[in-house]
Design a protein around this ligand. Sequence first.
Ligand code: 5GP
Ligand code: ZN
Length: 115
Amino acid sequence: MSLPADCLFCRFVSGEIETELVGQSERAIAFRDINPQAPLHVLVIPREHHADVAALAASDPQGLADLVTLAQEVAFEQADGEYRLIFNSGPSAGQSVFHVHGHVLGGERLGWSPA
Ligand code: 5GP
Ligand code: ZN
């Protein structure tokens, strides 16, 4: 697991690296993915560092619930409220940033091609 000091998404949370937020709550922020895979592609992340969704669920279940709530708010504000929420967990599942983030995808009829 990356140390928070080396974590890109912790730098977004702290403001050390500026990023435009499309939503936020007390415990989480939302910003657009730099490499969008759908018309709506936003990342929702907790302000606290946790490596993946299971770590977040184990140590802060309410934080995970808040993340889901923020994902839904963003989907309603930026699209039609229908969305897919994905947590890649582990490198072979495609996780490349080890600060838990939910991909909020929507804005069109989505296909299903996880591989
Ligand atoms: P993962 O591959 O870990 O599930 O998702 C990481 C996501 O972070 C990728 O979809 C990637 O495009 C996005 N990402 C990586 N670096 C940046 C960045 O500097 N800014 C933004 N907005 N997204 C990033
Ligand atoms: Zn972090």
